[in-house]
Design a protein around this ligand. Structure first.
Ligand code: BTN
Length: 275
């Protein structure tokens, strides 16, 4: 009941304009960053942080703003899938406005994935990046990334990078192919601290991204991927491609060897690592 009322209040405030909306939600967090995380808007519950970030970006909200929610009622995954978002997870979306061509957008997923993976490794978790957008521990997923954007025909207007991390999610809420920070470390880290670590890492990496040092990220991806020289099956538009991973290109695409020929994939619907 209380929740319903607060959601209604949010919606009314939304209509009143950006500045009013944020007065009640602005989170005072000491984040040491230049762009990402200078303002964090925290909600107890949202349908989807990506959706709110997108509509606020359309209204002109600046880059670096973060929308975070304790839970989502309509969390979105890639390819129209749902992202189950119970309390205990960290669900955030960052607004970015880089002046980049359309073709570079997939690198935003990569720099987000590298940032999450670095933070998790610093927490002692043996995380790796399953290209293009999953962070794994062994064969279990701990984080998913959903990048959405608005663009003209060739340039980007804004990008939303949405990140969902299983922090202290109840074991019964995790499917068998998922894990959480708590499951892996038996340590409780608050969402606030996790958000601070992640914002600072994203901010540092975004500065590198803006300098167009793209190989920095593809090198990191290579080091964090565990897919190099592994046989994989990629599903792209319901077609399967089987081959060996040879590396990653500067635009973030995966390079595979199929029947002794190199083939590039900018994205995939499903990736199976065979070993
Ligand atoms: C995936 O693995 O398919 C991507 C999952 C992305 C989930 C995050 S949670 C925060 C942000 N808001 C959403 O609705 N989705 C992303």
């Amino acid at each position: 009941m209380i929740l319903k009322r607060s959601l209604k209040k949010q919606r009314i405030k939304m209509d009143e304009g950006i500045t009013r909306v944020f007065k009640d939600h602005e989170e005072k967090l000491k984040i040491n960053s230049q762009i990402i995380g200078l303002h964090v808007y925290h909600y107890r519950s949202l349908e989807s942080t990506n959706d709110l970030a997108f509509s606020l970006a359309l209204k002109g909200l600046k880059e670096g703003n973060i929308i975070v929610a304790d839970r989502q009622t309509k969390g979105k995954g890639r390819l129209g899938r749902k992202w189950y978002s119970p309390k205990g997870g960290l669900y955030l979306s960052v607004i970015l406005r880089p002046d980049i061509p359309f073709l570079r957008v997939s690198l935003v997923t990569i720099f987000s994935a590298v940032s999450v993976c670095s933070v998790l490794r610093r927490l002692g978790i043996n995380a790796w990046i399953k290209w293009p957008n999953d962070i794994m521990v062994a064969n279990k997923k701990i984080c998913g990334i959903l990048v959405e954007m608005d663009s003209t025909i060739d340039r980007v207007k804004f990008i939303i990078t949405g990140i969902g991390i299983n922090n202290k999610v109840n074991k019964s809420d995790l499917v068998h192919i998922a894990t959480s920070i708590y499951e892996e470390t038996a340590q409780l880290i608050s969402n606030k601290d996790l958000l601070r670590f992640l914002s600072e890492e994203l901010d540092k990496n975004y500065a590198i991204f803006l300098k167009q040092n793209y190989t920095y990220f593809t090198d990191k991806l290579k080091a964090m991927s565990r897919m190099i020289n592994k046989n994989v099956i990629l599903k792209v538009n319901s077609k399967e491609h089987k081959g060996k991973v040879k590396g990653f290109d500067d635009d973030g695409s995966l390079v595979m060897e199929i029947n002794k020929k190199k083939k590039k994939f900018l994205s995939a619907d499903n990736v199976k690592v065979l070993g």
